[in-house]
Design a protein. Structure first.
Length: 336
C-alpha cells in the first residue's frame, strides 16, 4: 500500500530531451522510476534547459520533449502519484543555478567526466557544458530529495552536488538536504550492442549499437540478435571478460524482473542464438506495450494538463526554497 506524504522519502531525477530515448535511458532510469513510485514521493522532470548545452533544432527539441514526457507515462509513471514537470516551467532552477555556480570552483567543474569527454573531442564547446553541473545542483537541491536515481554516468554529478550542498550549509547554515545518488546494481550502465565496452548513447554513429524506444520494433529485435558477443558460447555474467553477453543479461534481467543468476541457470548449456531470440521477443513485447500507450497519450491535450499540474506543484516548493536561499545569502533586503 502507498504510504502517505510525510512518511515517504523523496526522490528526484531528470532526463534531457536530446535525441531519441534509448534503451539505456529506459533501463537505467525510466524503469527504475516506475518501480519507485509507490514507495517514494517523486519529482521527475524533463531537463530541457540542460539540452541547450548542445545546439538543438527547435522542431526536434519540441518533438523530443513531448516524446519524453509521453514515454514517462507510457512506461508506467502515474501523474497522480509522481510530479512530472518541465525544468523550464520553474524559473527558480536557473536562478538557484547561478548562485550555486558561484560556489563551485573551475577545478571541480573541469574534473567532470562529461565535460572532459566533450573537450577531448576537440570540438568547439559552449560554456554551458562546463557550467552544466551547477544547474543540475540547483535542480536537485531545490527539492531536498533523499535520493537521486541515476545511471552510473551521472553519479559523479550527484557527488559534486553533495559537496556543494555541504559547502553552502557550512557557509550559510543548514539549508539543503544532502542527497544520495541511487544507481541500480543491474542496468546502471547499459552498453552499446556493437561495442560493449562503450556506453549505449543517443549519439550512436553507426546506428546498430543503440536501441531507440520509439523505433520500429522489428529493427530493434534485429539489433539484439546481431549484438556482439564472444566465441566461448557460455551464457555467464562476467562484465570484464564477457562484456557483450553480460550486457544482454542485464537488459534481460531488468525487462523480466528476474535475477541474473536465475537466467544463467535457465540458459545453462543453451546457445547464444536461443538466448538472443528470447530476449528479442521479450523486448519486442515491452516496446509494443509502450508504443501503443505512447500513441494514445500523444493524441489530445492530456500531456499539457499533466505538465501544467506538475509545474504548479513544483513551483510551490521552488519558490519557497529560493526565497530561503536569497534571505540567507543576503540578496533579499526587504524586511517584509
Ligand atoms: P541524460 O539525459 O543523459 O540521461 C538520463 C538518465 O539515463 C541514464 N542513462 C543510462 N543508464 C544506463 N545505461 C545507459 N547507457 C544510460 N545512458 C543514460 C543517465 O544516467 C540518467 O540517469 N544530467 C542529466 C539530466 C539531469 C538530472 C538532473 C538528473 C539534469 N538535472 C538532476 C538527475 C537530477 C543527464 O544528462 O541525463
Amino acid at each position: 500500500m502507498r504510504k502517505e506524504g510525510l512518511y515517504m522519502k523523496r526522490m528526484l531525477s531528470g532526463i534531457k530531451p536530446t535525441g531519441r530515448v534509448t534503451l539505456g535511458n529506459y533501463i537505467g532510469a525510466i524503469k527504475p522510476f516506475v518501480s519507485y513510485q509507490d514507495e517514494y514521493e517523486m519529482y521527475i522532470f524533463i531537463a530541457n534547459l540542460h539540452s541547450m548545452t548542445i545546439y538543438q533544432k527547435p522542431a526536434d527539441l519540441r518533438q523530443n520533449t513531448r516524446d519524453l514526457i509521453a514515454l514517462y507515462i507510457a512506461a508506467g509513471l502515474d501523474p497522480e502519484k509522481v510530479t512530472l514537470f518541465l525544468q523550464s516551467d520553474v524559473l527558480e532552477h536557473a536562478q538557484l543555478g547561478w548562485y550555486l555556480g558561484c560556489m563551485v570552483s573551475m577545478g571541480e567543474l573541469s574534473r567532470m567526466t562529461q565535460y572532459k569527454d566533450k573537450k577531448a573531442k576537440n570540438e568547439v564547446i559552449g560554456a554551458g557544458i562546463f557550467n552544466y553541473p551547477s544547474l543540475m545542483n540547483a535542480d536537485i537541491l531545490m527539492y531536498d530529495p533523499d535520493y537521486v536515481p541515476v545511471g552510473e554516468d551521472q553519479k559523479q554529478h550527484v557527488e559534486l552536488c553533495r559537496d556543494i550542498a555541504e559547502r553552502f550549509n557550512s557557509r550559510y547554515s543548514e539549508t539543503f538536504k544532502i542527497p544520495e545518488p541511487l544507481v541500480t546494481k543491474v542496468g546502471g550502465r547499459i552498453m552499446d550492442l556493437q561495442n560493449p565496452t562503450k556506453k549505449m548513447s543517443k549519439s550512436d554513429e553507426i546506428g546498430k549499437g543503440t536501441i531507440y524506444i520509439l523505433d520500429d520494433i522489428q529493427v530493434s529485435k534485429k539489433k539484439i540478435k546481431s549484438a556482439v558477443t564472444d566465441s566461448d558460447g557460455h551464457i555467464h555474467y562476467d562484465p570484464e571478460n564477457k562484456p557483450g553477453i553480460s550486457n544482454l543479461l542485464e537488459i534481460y534481467s531488468i525487462l523480466v524482473n528476474r535475477s541474473i543468476a536465475d537466467l544463467e541457470k535457465q540458459y545453462d548449456g543453451k546457445g547464444y542464438g536461443e538466448f538472443k531470440n528470447d530476449l528479442a521477443e521479450v523486448l519486442g513485447e515491452e516496446l509494443e506495450k509502450i508504443q501503443t500507450r505512447y500513441h494514445e497519450i500523444m493524441s489530445g491535450s492530456y500531456l499539457d494538463d499533466v505538465l501544467e499540474k506538475g509545474a504548479q506543484k513544483a513551483r510551490i516548493i521552488a519558490r519557497k526554497k529560493l526565497a530561503k536561499v536569497e534571505r540567507k545569502i543576503g540578496i533579499t533586503i526587504r524586511k517584509r
